[in-house]
Design a protein around this ligand. Structure first.
Ligand code: GLY
Length: 381
């Protein structure tokens, strides 16, 4: 990768400098986004079952994941301490239970499972397996999909979403750890369903697919966090492309790699000239809403593909990823002390009232991708 490694090192210098004080300042929080003063919020409140700002909030693992990334790099025990502090708080999710959902993968893979993988902590293994049981319990055996979300004012028993491709890593880990193939079987059946019903012939993907929960029959798709039904929510393309790579890495099933590449080629054909990623690849030109978070997830997936293709093919994936990451570093990153977050201009969804905010998982995926360029650390997923 040559020059890219050098570029990555200059970015990592800035990351180490910024995270040193940001982690220290927020060591007792579980942040999601920053306020108008640039300070991280805190989602560690308990007793808020299912609430968007409580302990069960789906992004609550990423702050821990960031600490593990920095710990792997620097060996600084302060990162380990902050990660363990968060892991301890996340245990309360199991007590609250009602608010828990399919995103236990996002929550517990970069926390308990990362801890176990990196330190062998037996308590973390137990937490990770408990979370995997909860995820496996959401499997619909007739429709062969993992149910997304809980009730959100409509009947969601038959809903599956593209994001869940990432949660599968928890099941692959549990299968590898226990030797019980059920976890892997469930993950692969879900991935196969996604290949069949979410991935369009052009390589774009749907966000939400609704199945009949009793018969498993395909009913319809929904636009979800994207522009509209039939459009192409960029972060969803990222969850799919990187998610199929995770499935390929854990199973070796060639179709998963082929699918990841198909989605990747669709994404690469749609990356704007300036490398700034919109919320939806099929949104109208105005308003020009962006999603730097989706950008970082796509970049991470492209880099993961580059590590699993012949030498001659690598370059195209790495160059596309670097284009995206350089655009973030060059014009969508805050390296100052004015804001706790680095990555700016993220959007939760196209039709959300707020756009261009910070999101802790954008920082996670940006930093993870830069480490990938240097080929350091283990893949936490
Ligand atoms: N997994 C939900 C999101 O990406 O916003």
């Amino acid at each position: 990768m040559g020059n890219y490694e050098q570029w990555a090192e200059t970015v990592l210098e800035k990351v180490r400098h910024k995270l040193a004080w940001v982690s220290e300042k927020n060591q007792d929080k579980i942040p999601y986004t920053t306020d108008s003063e640039g300070n991280y919020d805190d989602r560690s409140r308990q007793g808020q079952e299912g609430a968007d700002n409580g302990i069960n909030w789906w992004t609550n693992g990423f702050w821990g994941g960031l600490q593990w990334l920095l710990y792997q790099d620097t060996g600084d025990e302060r990162y380990l301490k902050t990660a363990r502090n968060l892991e301890e708080k996340l245990k309360h999710c199991f007590q609250e239970y009602y608010g828990l959902h399919h995103d236990v993968g996002f929550m517990f893979v970069p926390t308990a499972v990362a801890d176990y993988r990196l330190t062998g902590n037996p308590e973390s293994r137990k937490i990770g397996l408990h979370a995997a049981d909860i995820l496996a319990g959401r499997f619909n055996p007739v429709g062969r999909f993992i149910r997304a979300w809980n009730d959100i004012g409509e009947d969601t028993r038959g809903w599956a979403i593209i994001d869940c491709m990432f949660n599968l890593s928890l099941l692959y880990w549990a299968a590898e750890e226990t030797g019980d193939p059920r976890f892997r079987q469930i993950a692969m059946m879900h991935a196969d369903t996604v290949m069949e019903h979410f991935v369009r012939p052009d390589g774009s993907v749907k966000h939400i697919v609704e199945f009949d929960p009793e018969t498993g029959a395909y009913l319809k798709s929904r636009g979800g966090q994207g522009y509209q039904e039939g459009s192409s929510w960029t972060r969803g393309q990222g969850w799919a492309l990187y998610g199929f790579m995770i499935s390929y890495i854990h199973t070796g099933k060639q179709e998963y790699l082929d699918t990841a590449k198909k989605i990747a080629h669709y994404c690469m054909a749609n990356i704007p000239e300036n490398g700034i990623i919109p919320v939806d690849f099929r949104q109208p030109p105005e308003p020009a809403w962006e999603d730097s978070c989706g950008a970082c997830v796509i970049a991470g997936g492209l880099l993961e593909i580059s590590g699993h293709v012949p030498e001659l093919e690598k370059k195209i994936y790495v160059e596309a990823a670097v284009k995206i990451l350089k655009a973030i570093d060059g014009s969508r990153a805050d390296w100052t002390e004015k804001c706790d977050a680095i990555v700016q201009n993220c959007s939760t969804s196209y039709h959300d009232r707020n756009h261009h905010m910070t999101m802790v998982y954008a920082d996670y995926f940006f930093i993870e991708a830069v480490y990938k360029l240097k080929n350091t650390g283990i893949l936490l997923w």
